[in-house]
Design a protein around this ligand. Structure first.
Ligand SMILES: CC(C)(COP(=O)(O)OP(=O)(O)OC[C@H]1O[C@@H](n2cnc3c(N)ncnc32)[C@H](O)[C@@H]1OP(=O)(O)O)[C@@H](O)C(=O)NCCC(=O)NCCS
Length: 216
């Protein structure tokens, strides 16, 4: 398994054929639980595959979450490899609304060299999220989840910078990050024929985040 694969906008590309699911590590366990009103971000576990698989086999969700790639579906072995690999350098969470699992998200060490190269010595992280239960879109949940991860990232984790990566084919996602104070840092043209003309790297500093959440 490639331990440092380049990742498109959330989540990462499928494993290469040489990757064997049998060599994948299990999800890295953690004890972080973030709560705000009816929303809970709880640790993702090895019991969550039945929840994660259908979301990763939904073409509409994959169209939005994948970068330049265009997979129509993932197998269980593929998503296990993706989430387990990411979790080695991330906090993977399940999103629950009133005790109902509705999505997943993570706060991950920045894994893109062209981003970290711009901020030497800085602790850079990235947020990726998917509300798999689509009836919950457009209710402010995505914005709140991002804010909860920023509170954890800039607070307990003392991150210097947090990023979001979105494709130009997903304006809802861009807006959701921008509502939290993220601004455009890098605009990367995508190859001709890609569903996204550009990949946007959005950035948030703790100063901007705190100015928006002064009570926290
Ligand atoms: C993207 C996602 C996380 C957003 O979560 P959400 O709960 O729907 O977002 P919110 O309700 O908090 O905010 C959505 C904002 O986008 C706006 N929006 C919706 N559709 C839009 C569009 N086509 N263009 C621009 N803005 C749009 C909404 O009006 C709202 O902004 P407002 O509050 O200023 O009106 C969620 O929809 C999702 O999981 N989508 C599928 C997976 C995905 O795209 N993940 C992100 C990959 S980078």
């Amino acid at each position: 398994m490639n331990a440092t694969p380049p990742q498109p906008p959330c989540p990462p590309q499928p494993p290469q054929p040489s990757d064997s699911p049998t060599t994948a590590q299990l999800l890295r366990a953690h004890q972080i639980r973030l709560v705000r009103g009816p929303l809970v971000l709880r640790p993702m576990t090895e019991d969550d595959w039945p929840l994660l698989l259908p979301w990763n086999q939904d073409p509409q969700l994959l169209f939005l979450t994948e970068g330049t790639g265009n997979p129509k579906s993932y197998t269980l072995a593929q998503i296990q490899n993706i989430y387990r690999t990411v979790s080695q350098h991330a906090y993977n969470f399940m999103i629950e609304h009133q005790n109902q699992p509705i999505g997943e998200c993570w706060l991950q060490e920045m894994n893109l060299a062209h981003v970290t190269a711009r901020y030497p010595g800085k602790d850079c992280r990235r947020i990726d999220l998917m509300i798999g239960a689509k009836t919950f879109w457009g209710q402010g949940i995505g914005s709140t989840v991002i804010d909860m991860l920023c509170e954890f990232g800039f607070g307990a984790e003392k991150a210097d910078l947090i990023f979001g990566l979105v494709g130009s084919h997903n304006p809802r996602s861009r807006r959701t990050f921008e509502k939290n104070g993220f601004i455009l840092d890098i605009q990367t043209p995508q190859p001709p024929g890609s569903k996204a003309e550009h990949e946007y790297t959005l950035i948030l500093t703790p100063q901007v985040w705190r100015s928006r959440s002064p009570a926290i």
